[in-house]
Write a protein that binds this ligand. Structure first.
Ligand code: H2U
Ligand code: ZN
Length: 347
C-alpha cells in the first residue's frame, strides 16, 4: 500500500475507522487563527480561586497548601448522594434515561500559579501521580462508584477556565461511553473476536500493540524503564499520543513505586516535548484510561493515558472536528508517522 495516498486506518480500541489523506497536508489556510495568551503569570495570583489561601467562588477558602491539593468541585456535574439507579419508565424503548450520581473533584497540581505540568519538577509530577492513585484507591473502594476518570484540560483553547495547573476527576455510578467501547473491544480482542483475528492471543490488546510498535519504531517517541510514549497508528488529532506501561497493568492503583516515578518522568518528557513543538505552552486534553472499579477482574484491560492536543500547524492554527468528521468519520492530513517524527526530535 502507498501510504502517501488516501487510506483508512482501524482503531481496535474503539472499533472505529479514521480517514488519512496525506496528499492534502499542503492545503492553504485562510480560516480561524487562535489567540494564545503567553503573558507571564505571577507565582501567586490574589484573584485565582485555585491559589493557596484564596477564597473560591462559593465561599470555601483553600488551605495554604504546599503540594497537591484536592477539593470537591463547587459546581459539580454530578451529585454524590446515591440515587435509585433504575431506568425511568418513559413508555418506549427509544426513550431511555437513568439517574446518575458520582463525585467531581478538582486536583491542583501545585501551589504555583505560574507553572504547568511540563514545568513542574518530576518530584511534584510524582506527587500528582500519587494523588491520582490515592483518589482511585478511595473512590474505587466505594460500592456506588464503577469508574474514575482522571483528566486535565489545558489551555484556553481547550476551555480550561483557569491557567493555574489543575486537573479533575469525575467518578460515576455508570461506565462512560468511551470506557464501554474500550472495555468491549479489549474483551473481544482477548477472545480472538476482533475483525482480522484468527485465534485468541495470549496478551491484552494494548500489550500486543505495544510490542508491534516497539518492533516497528516509526511511531515510538521515547521509552523509559516502565513506560513507552507513542503516536498511535490510528491517531485522530494531529499530534495525539498515548503513554503505555510495559507490563500488564489494569488500573493505576497497581503501579509500583518505581512505575509511578517512571510515569512522572514520562509525563514530564512528553509535555516538555509538546511545548517545544510550536514554541508555546501546548494545549491538550489528557487523561488516564483504566479498568472499571466494578468488582470484576478485567484481565482484558491495559492502563493507558491519552493526550488529545488540538493544534495542527502552528500555535495559532487548530484542527476542527467538523463537517465530514462530525457527520461521517474523523480525518487527518498529516500522517501519524510524520507527527511522530516531528515530536520524537523534540522529546
Ligand atoms: P476547568 O478549568 O477544566 O474548567 O476546571 C476548573 C473546575 O474548577 C471547574 O470544573 C471548578 C469548576 O467547576 N471550580 C470550583 O470548583 N470552584 C471555584 O471556585 C471555581 C471553579
Ligand atoms: Zn492560582
Amino acid at each position: 500500500m502507498d501510504w502517501s495516498l488516501p487510506h483508512r486506518r482501524y482503531n481496535p480500541l474503539t472499533d472505529e475507522w479514521l480517514l488519512v489523506s496525506p496528499q492534502r497536508a499542503q492545503r492553504p489556510w485562510l480560516g480561524a487563527v487562535e489567540r494564545i495568551s503567553e503573558a507571564r503569570r505571577p507565582a501567586y495570583d490574589p484573584t485565582c480561586y485555585l491559589c493557596p489561601s484564596n477564597r473560591r467562588a462559593r465561599g470555601a477558602v483553600n488551605p495554604d497548601y504546599t503540594g497537591v491539593f484536592v477539593f470537591d468541585n463547587d459546581f459539580p456535574a454530578l451529585v454524590s448522594q446515591p440515587l435509585p439507579l433504575e431506568e425511568a419508565q418513559l413508555g418506549s424503548p427509544l426513550l431511555r434515561a437513568q439517574a446518575e450520581h458520582g463525585v467531581c473533584r478538582v486536583i491542583c497540581f501545585s501551589p504555583r500559579h505560574d507553572l504547568t505540568l511540563a514545568e513542574l519538577p518530576v518530584a511534584q509530577i510524582r506527587a500528582v501521580v500519587d494523588t491520582w492513585v490515592a483518589q482511585c484507591e478511595e473512590l474505587g473502594a466505594r460500592e456506588d462508584i464503577v469508574y474514575i476518570q482522571l483528566f486535565e484540560n489545558k489551555g484556553e483553547i481547550m476551555g480550561a477556565s483557569n491557567p493555574h495547573p489543575h486537573g479533575q476527576l469525575w467518578a460515576t455510578a455508570h461506565l462512560p461511553t468511551e470506557i464501554v467501547k474500550e472495555t468491549r473491544n479489549q474483551q473481544r480482542y482477548l477472545h480472538g473476536e476482533l475483525p482480522g483475528q484468527s485465534s485468541a492471543p495470549s496478551a491484552p490488546l494494548l500489550l500486543d500493540y505495544l510490542h508491534v510498535e516497539l518492533a516497528q519504531e516509526a511511531r515510538v517517541l521515547f521509552e523509559n524503564d516502565h513506560f513507552v510514549a507513542l503516536v498511535p497508528f490510528w491517531a485522530v488529532w494531529p499530534f495525539e499520543t498515548m503513554i503505555l506501561p510495559r507490563r500488564h497493568v489494569r488500573r493505576i492503583v497497581e503501579l509500583s513505586s518505581a512505575e509511578r516515578e517512571a510515569l512522572a518522568e514520562a509525563l514530564k518528557r512528553l509535555t516538555t516535548g509538546y511545548d517545544r513543538l510550536f514554541e508555546v505552552s501546548f494545549p491538550y486534553t489528557m487523561g488516564v484510561h483504566q479498568a472499571p472499579y466494578d468488582g470484576e477482574a478485567h484481565e482484558e484491560w491495559q492502563l493507558h493515558l491519552h493526550f488529545y492536543p488540538p493544534l495542527l500547524r502552528s500555535a495559532t492554527v487548530r484542527k476542527f472536528m467538523v463537517g465530514y468528521e462530525m457527520l461521517a468519520q474523523p480525518q487527518r492530513d498529516l500522517t501519524p508517522e510524520q507527527a511522530a517524527a516531528r515530536l520524537r526530535a523534540l522529546m
